[in-house]
Design a protein around this ligand. Structure first.
Ligand SMILES: Nc1ncnc2c1ncn2[C@@H]1O[C@H](COP(=O)(O)OP(=O)(O)OP(=O)(O)O)[C@@H](O)[C@H]1O
Length: 251
């Protein structure tokens, strides 16, 4: 048994001719909530895509649940929300269908059982979309779409949840719903790795922050300091202050 749920060690990776990651170390322990921060193009998405095996390392190593990534097969233990994409790509699927597709990692091709249907319903409920479950996803707003993608990742009941900029393009009220969702997952023992541009309403949940700069780890430790009133859930002012702190911290 190991307490490290996901780890990149000395990881380098290139996209096309460009080396994007330069020997990064990124490890997340069981139960931790880690934010991966950094400017545009610093390599955050590439790092998490490498962590889930979607980008091949040119050197270094990669582990999931104590198993070398190349040999890891228990993909149902991982919920991954990629950087903003559309959930259905023109296919008129309903919210429930898209979220149920996430459950396939557990069920394979066997017919869904009651527990599978319950997990799908719970995931939809968690992101506050129960009243839209039968609606086509292409009728949803960007923020609602993002919630559906998160529900799809939660439907597998993951031990490790990786989300790439989950708050991008999501309005403040929906951000609060997402923060509550992440809080519920954390309370249930899920390990969380988040790519974030700013901490926003997730700030109180973050145990540790890893800052990337030009494909290298520039900081790994406590998250950036927060304004004293950061806990106020809907204060634009507080969000702006946190962002101000973060900008100073990352520049
Ligand atoms: N297919 C590709 N070929 C070459 N370079 C690429 C490719 N895809 C991305 N890049 C470059 O790799 C770098 C890192 O990209 P990555 O998406 O990991 O950064 P990021 O920190 O997640 O940025 P953002 O916050 O903008 O999403 C960027 O400079 C990007 O332009």
């Amino acid at each position: 048994m190991t307490d490290t749920v996901v780890a990149l060690r000395g990881a380098s990776a290139s996209l096309g001719a460009r080396q994007v990651l330069h020997g990064i170390d990124l490890a997340v322990a069981r139960g931790e909530v880690v934010a991966l921060l950094g400017a545009n193009g610093s390599g955050k998405s590439t790092a998490v895509r490498a962590a889930v095996g979607r980008v091949r390392l040119s050197s270094g190593s990669w582990e999931l649940f104590g198993t070398p990534g190349e040999r890891f097969r228990q993909w149902a233990r991982i919920g991954y929300v990629p950087q903003r994409t559309t959930a259905a790509g023109g296919v008129p699927a309903t919210v429930r269908e898209v979220v149920a597709a996430g459950r396939l990692a557990r069920t394979g091709l066997r017919p869904p059982r009651r527990a599978d249907k319950a997990a799908v319903a719970r995931a939809i409920e968690l992101v506050g979309m129960a009243d839209r479950a039968a609606d086509a996803v292409d009728a949803l707003s960007g923020g609602q779409h993002q919630r559906v993608l998160i529900a799809r990742a939660l439907a597998t009941e993951p031990d490790l949840l990786i989300m790439d900029e989950p708050m991008a393009g999501v309005d403040l009220a929906a951000q609060q719903v997402l923060a509550d969702t992440v809080r519920a997952q954390v309370a249930a023992g899920t390990t969380v790795l988040l790519v974030l541009h700013e901490l926003g309403p997730l700030a109180p949940l973050i145990d540790r922050a890893v800052l990337l700069r030009d494909g290298r780890v520039a900081h790994d430790g406590p998250p950036p300091p927060l304004a004293p009133d950061h806990v106020h859930p809907h204060a634009d002012e507080a969000a702006a202050t946190v962002k101000g702190h973060l900008d100073r911290w990352t520049s």
